[in-house]
Design a protein around this ligand. Structure first.
Ligand SMILES: Nc1ncnc2c1ncn2[C@@H]1O[C@H](COP(=O)(O)OP(=O)(O)OP(=O)(O)O)[C@@H](O)[C@H]1O
Ligand SMILES: [Mg+2]
Length: 233
């Protein structure tokens, strides 16, 4: 279980202070898929980077399985079982996809085993396993390999930032393969199908929690919010 308690994130923008996240408190349960949604710039990626330790909150606490991880590094969090898949994958020259899968899973995988991870994200493994993870891969291919690496890491708490971004509809069906029973998943998404698949939704607006709860309830409220805005216009 992952818990956020009163998380604030402020930055210096020229001479003024800008609040990106304001008083975010939330519990992400094990065996639960929680989607984080909200408009562009509402703070979703910032929040997930704070959970993973890529950014440090200005104030507030983060607990993972009851342990205070607020001051822990990314590596320490990864060792505890936190895994992160970036919105925009980071590629490397000079390293093959097979080697990256071995690093991610911390074992020397057989070729069939390494291919299994790629098949899960809809990639024809034999065409890719010896390729370098570089910019010659298409955007959708990079994204799918990033997801395969996140699966290979076997964390207890897995964070996906817009896993569907750049992935075609056929592959989208396979996104369900990302979720295993018993784990805590935090998935940033704008896609209604992914939001419907989630057990819970955290809705952010301007860096604040606008709604949180069972996905059907939050989806209903979101529809009402849109209707209200359309009426006002
Ligand atoms: N270092 C920074 N300097 C200035 N503004 C920043 C900085 N970091 C984040 N922001 C701003 O904080 C806000 C939240 O950014 P974030 O990337 O978390 O949004 P998001 O909800 O993930 O958006 P999207 O749906 O477009 O991915 C944005 O307005 C962004 O411009
Ligand atoms: Mg984002």
């Amino acid at each position: 279980m992952l818990e956020l308690s009163h998380i604030y994130y402020k930055i210096k923008d020229k001479d003024t202070e800008k609040t990106i996240l304001e008083d975010i408190s939330c519990v992400f349960d094990s065996d639960c898929v929680t989607a984080i949604t909200g408009h562009n710039g509402s703070g979703k990626s910032t929040l997930t980077k704070i959970i993973m330790g890529i950014l440090k909150p200005t104030s507030g606490k983060i607990y993972f399985n009851g342990r205070d991880i607020t001051d822990m590094s990314i590596d320490e969090r990864a060792r505890l079982g936190l895994t992160y898949a970036f919105q925009l994958p980071i590629t490397f020259r000079g390293i093959t996809i097979k080697e990256l899968i071995d690093i991610a899973s911390n074992e020397n995988n057989s070729i069939p085993k390494a291919c299994e991870y790629l098949s899960k994200v809809g990639i024809c493994a034999k065409d890719y396993i010896y390729r370098e993870y570089d910019k010659t891969l298409s955007g959708g291919e990079q994204k799918r390999i990033e997801l395969a690496l996140a699966i290979a890491k076997k964390g207890d708490c897995v964070i996906f930032d817009e896993p569907e971004a750049g992935i075609d509809l056929w592959s989208f069906e396979r996104l369900n393969n990302l979720f295993e029973k018993g784990k805590c998943y935090i998935v940033v998404s704008h896609q209604s199908r992914l939001l419907e698949r989630a057990d819970k939704i955290l809705l952010l607006t301007n860096g604040r929690v606008a709604d949180y709860g069972d996905s059907s309830k939050v989806m209903r409220n979101m529809t009402n919010m849109t209707c209200a805005r359309v009426k006002e216009d």
